[in-house]
Write a protein that binds this ligand. Structure first.
Ligand SMILES: Cc1cc2nc3c(=O)[nH]c(=O)nc-3n(C[C@H](O)[C@H](O)[C@H](O)COP(=O)(O)O)c2cc1C
Length: 196
């Protein structure tokens, strides 16, 4: 599929089968993330990949509990309901079978471009996943999730060191059910300022 077409077709998927994502695909998705643009050419991000559904679920519940789910912001997606659309969903990672955690160095995270650098990594991962037939959903609140009891220790266990600050999650897996349609874009969001 042409890149622009793929960007239009991609949707956030929140219903997954139990089928694991193949290791080769995960490696390509990570490679795409590592090649994202990065402020100052510093390559200041790290990517963790988890493929243990139990562990993913455990962290997903903590993630969901970090969100104020009663803020009244319903209507994210009728076909692929989010944790704020459907309060019965327990895990903020929706049963995905692999999870990317994009981290930046703490010293860098506070800087203007620190957080942004993690999100461009996530977007590269999502697009590569799409190209490989793997569905995905970007999920926020990684900072808050890793501030919960027992969570910071995991980063040490995984060998990331003290400086790693989780910023964003990327849920990965195979869609359960029909792929949602393209979401049409609102008018008036683009401005071309031409010289004549
Ligand atoms: C920065 C960012 C944070 C997001 N956080 C969440 C999240 O916490 N939970 C979730 O289900 N979706 C999350 N999403 C996915 C959005 O809800 C989704 O992109 C949006 O509803 C548009 O739908 P689409 O991706 O299917 O086009 C996030 C997306 C972005 C870009």
């Amino acid at each position: 599929m042409e890149l622009l077409e793929m960007m239009k077709v991609r949707r956030s998927i929140r219903k997954y089968t139990a089928q694991p994502v193949e290791r080769e695909k995960l490696e390509k998705i990570v490679e795409a993330g590592l090649y994202a643009p990065n402020p100052g050419g510093r390559q200041g991000t790290k990517i963790v990949i988890l493929d243990d559904p139990e562990l993913i679920d455990r962290i997903g519940v903590i993630n969901a509990n970090c969100e104020n789910r009663n803020w009244g912001g319903r209507g994210v997606s009728a076909e692929q309901p989010s944790i704020i659309d459907d309060l019965s969903i327990k895990s903020g990672f929706y049963g995905c079978t692999a999870l990317g955690i994009v981290c930046v160095n703490k010293s860098f995270a506070g800087a203007v471009n620190g957080i942004g650098s993690a999100f461009v990594v996530a977007e590269n991962m999502v697009l590569e996943a799409m190209d490989l037939g793997v569905s995905s959903c970007i999920v926020g609140r990684a900072g808050a999730t890793f501030e919960q009891p027992g969570m910071a220790e995991l980063l040490g266990e995984w060998g990331l060191g003290e400086d790693a600050q989780p910023v964003v999650f990327v849920c990965l897996g195979y869609i359960d059910g029909a792929y949602p349609k393209i979401k049409e874009r609102e008018e008036g969001r683009a401005f071309f300022i031409t010289k004549e």
